[in-house]
Design a protein. Structure first.
Length: 116
């Protein structure tokens, strides 16, 4: 008994071209999240720059001056201000209520007036 094996040509699936729509509008929720992330990012960039500068000063063996941002609380304020929008986009649930209240209270008492 002999068997014949026929090999069929494989057909490639058709290529599907997908073009992004650069003019697609963002949903209101996406725009809100983007704004919140931009606020947090701006604050954290400032805090990171303060920390990097303080680290550099200490690393070369000098003391931080009394007016350094890490010493007077400006860096801490930036970090706390970055936490607020992150809490907002996480839903500001009951889980975060006490943290949000504490952050707002600290910022009200200790924060500068030149921020939101």
């Amino acid at each position: 008994m002999s068997a014949e094996i026929n090999i069929l040509q494989q057909r490639r699936p058709p290529v599907r071209l997908v073009f992004s729509n650069a003019t697609a509008t963002k949903s209101e929720g996406d725009a809100y999240i983007e704004r919140q992330l931009a606020k947090a990012n701006t604050q954290l960039i400032g805090a990171q720059a303060d920390i990097a500068h303080a680290f550099e000063v200490v690393t070369i063996g000098r003391n931080l001056p009394d007016h350094d941002a890490t010493m007077v609380g400006d860096t801490l304020e930036s970090i706390l201000r970055a936490a607020l929008p992150i809490i907002n986009i996480s839903g500001a649930s009951n889980r975060d209520r006490d943290l949000m209240r504490a952050l707002r209270q600290w910022l009200q008492v200790n924060g500068s007036m030149n921020n939101d």
